[in-house]
Design a protein around this ligand. Structure first.
Ligand code: NAD
Ligand code: UD1
Length: 336
């Protein structure tokens, strides 16, 4: 069974590809490599001993999509391709709308033409905006606080409208919370370009001596230690959620499902866990709040368990241990 994976060289996709191949699926990947390296594709092939059919190109390019769907009998699509940096999306909103939304439209159009109507879409907890009540359920109010979040919200809307117009579609909108960690082999992981925006890659780069000090954004939040609380989920658990979504997709029209652990950990909890696992001291200092950040954000995961039979298996220490292994084996990411 061939699965088309858009953004197939990226962080979450590479881990999902590894699991797809292990489970016996064939992977066809497309990526324009705007935020990734073809080395991740090669390493997944190394881990699994299986080949990925890789097309270097843009998901907005309908001619290329036509070619891919003509050359391959695609069973379903997992649509990861997109730009994802919140700060950059505020500085370059048009780039985000153009990239993320046009990719959705081109993909949906070519899928329709080829009668491939199974889709798993990478959505995000960002669609909940500023949470009013925790934990967040799929019924919690939706809003966007930045252009990146708006592209995810609009993506969900586009795919929901598509299903409403044509009930042959099966679409699962997976709302990821905070994916972290790496493949247990240490061969693939998150490889952010430049200085990381997100907490865990930043901590790992401080531990390995690539960055001098972690700035903890705010210590006056309404949380147990004053620092921001999030729902971190191991990327291998997240990969597993995609497999479960594919297995169950024909049961659904269009369905949004949270993918988290349901546990909230603070910035300082994460620092301490990482120190314990790595044996390194993470130098940190408190800094002002980062604009747009919320006190706490974590998921109610009942729906994923009930509908998909998915429950996260890995704990905080597993996430830190696997991230640390990836970071120590590849201190400069895929450049090594
Ligand atoms: P990533 O940047 O590692 O992967 C995205 C991939 O898409 C990259 O390889 C990039 O080169 C590619 N890409 C971007 N635009 C493209 C286009 N127009 N055509 C072809 N390829 C394109 O990011 P990730 O963390 O793996 O995220 C994957 C998806 O999950 C994204 O849609 C992201 O918004 C979503 N998501 C991520 C997180 C997170 O914290 N990592 C959380 C929630 C949702
Ligand atoms: C970020 C995105 C969000 C996206 C999510 C998953 C922002 C504002 N939000 O969420 O839209 O869905 O990633 O990809 O970028 N922190 C520090 N120091 C740092 C980095 C982070 O203290 O150098 C803190 C933050 O203030 C936050 C926590 O660590 O409390 C987690 O931050 P981060 O990893 O960036 O994820 P989110 O902000 O939750």
């Amino acid at each position: 069974m061939k699965i088309l994976v858009t953004g197939g060289a990226g962080y979450i996709a590479s881990h999902t590809n590894a699991l797809l191949l292990e489970k016996g699926y064939e992977v066809v990947a497309i990526d324009n490599l705007s935020n990734s390296s073809p080395e991740s594709i090669r390493r997944v092939e190394e881990i699994t001993g299986k080949k990925i059919i890789f097309y270097k190109g843009d998901t907005r390019d309908k001619n290329l999509l036509e070619k891919i769907f003509s050359e391959n009998d695609i069973y379903a699509v997992i649509h990861f391709a997109g730009l994802k940096a919140v700060g950059e999306s505020c500085a370059k909103p048009l780039m985000y709308y153009e990239n993320n939304l046009m990719a959705n439209l081109a993909l949906a159009d070519v899928m329709s033409k080829h009668n491939v109507k199974r889709l798993v879409f990478s959505s995000s907890a960002t669609v909940y905006g500023v949470p009013k009540k925790l934990p967040l359920t799929e019924q919690s109010p939706l809003s966007a606080t930045n252009p990146y979040g708006a592209t995810k919200l609009m993506g969900e809307r586009i795919f929901s409208d598509l299903y409403n117009a044509d009930k042959q579609w099966h679409i699962i909108l997976l709302r990821y919370f905070n994916p972290v960690g790496a493949h247990p082999s240490g061969k693939i992981g998150e490889d952010p370009k430049g200085i990381p925006n997100n907490l865990m890659p930043f901590i790992a780069q401080v531990a390995v001596g690539r960055l001098p000090v972690l700035k903890v954004f705010g210590n006056d939040y309404n949380t147990h230690d004053g620092t921001g609380v999030r729902d971190y989920i191991h990327v291998m658990d997240l990969a597993e959620a995609h497999i479960k979504a594919l297995e169950k997709i024909d049961n659904y029209g269009v369905e949004a499902i949270n993918v988290g652990t349901g546990e909230g950990y603070s910035v300082l909890d994460m620092v301490k866990a990482f120190e314990k696992v790595s044996g390194k001291t993470i130098k940190y200092e408190f800094a002002p709040r980062r604009s747009g950040d919320v006190d706490a954000c974590y998921a109610n995961c009942d729906k994923a368990e009930k509908e998909l039979g998915f429950k996260a298996k890995y704990n905080l220490y597993d996430m830190c241990r696997d991230l640390w292994r990836w970071q120590t084996l590849n201190p400069n990411g895929y450049e090594d």
